[in-house]
Ligand binder design. Sequence first.
Ligand SMILES: [Zn+2]
Length: 447
Amino acid sequence: MKRQHYDSFNEHAQSAAAVKRLKNDGSSSLVQRSHLNFDFDKICTVTLSHINIYCCLTCGKYLQGRDRNSPAFLHSVNTYHQLYLSFHNLQLYSLPENKIVKAQYFNETLDSIRFAAFPVFKSSELLEYPKRCLDIAGNSYFNGFVPLTDSLGRDFCNVILMAIGHVIPLRDWLVTKCDRDANNEFVKFLSLVTRKQWNPSLFRVSVLTDELLGYLALSEPKLLTQHDPRSFLLHILHLMASQSSELKKLVNENIQGQLEICTNKDSVTITKKRVPFKCLTLDLPSESFFKSSSTKDTINQVQLGELFKKYYGKKEKIEGDVTKVLNLVTFPNYLILHFNRFDRSNKCPIKNRNKTLVEFPTKMMLGGIKYQLIANIIHNENKEAQTLANLAQDNESVWSVQLFNRKEMQWFEFSKNQFKSKQKQLLFLDETYMQFWEKDDGGTNRM
Ligand SMILES: [Zn+2]
């Protein structure tokens, strides 16, 4: 539909209504920050269009256009809501006058609106993070330690996005180097989620990832059907590397390690090759391994160190007298581990998963390198979904993540939009599925 440009207002009109009120009462009655949420997909609630979307700063509605008879224009006439934020250029407009609110009328509230829509950071500020912050209702939080959620409950994605936000070189690039007008949509949405995760002035203590996940659901349809944090992580790392040369460099420099694989026959090496990895899979011992000590109700437990033996020159038989030997040779700044619990070829991979608990420290030495655990992704079953009706079906997974605040030496656990502090001693009582370990080098990884 072709819209008529609305230009019949003159300079005199601008001095009326909204701008006058702005001047007099500092916008407090025009702007209701508790109603505002800039995390949703930018769709007009009337036309369902993605183009030219504005947010009414009084009621928070997303509406298209500012021209006469556009949804935003009509909304301003019908409700007397006068201030609008453009998601396209972050300009503030007064409607129905259709005028830009000039910078001289800006105050703390209007600045905070633009900051919430697109938080910006100086490199020097990042050194101070995480810091204790307050939302507009006075709830206390540490920036970086806020729940990421989405309206479709895709927690297998959100736990990974939360952990990626704590890989400091990636975070630093995403929140300081990636511009609003970056021409890659994936990188732009990922940057925005990370900016909001680290926002020290959130309106409320949670961030929605709907825009990024909505984009991925359309552009990478298979990605969100697997419901597996590991697949999601690997795909996200692949997208980072394929969509941005700078992110590729950072991923390779910080997350990628190398493994040497030797095949031997009669103790003579036949082949030797080095392969890069971004996520190291550790196999859990099978039920039969514990057979002598376990009963039906015993929860089996294994030490993390035991699981690493596979990567320290342990001979594995391939066929006849041919053996394979693996050795970790390059250790990344961020070591990502995956605990192999699910046999995805099984009809019910969740019901029949390996439930072995892994006992792990939160600091470890690996190949002479000190690592600190910074993120622990854990698996639970959705007990509420287990009804008689679905006994024949597989169970549902629920994903949570535990994150370490180095500054406060404190662990937090995030599950859906809830979070709580967690005692270090209680971390390994859950089914750990993935872990992020940071090289403990006195902070030189950090900017
Ligand atoms: Zn409104």
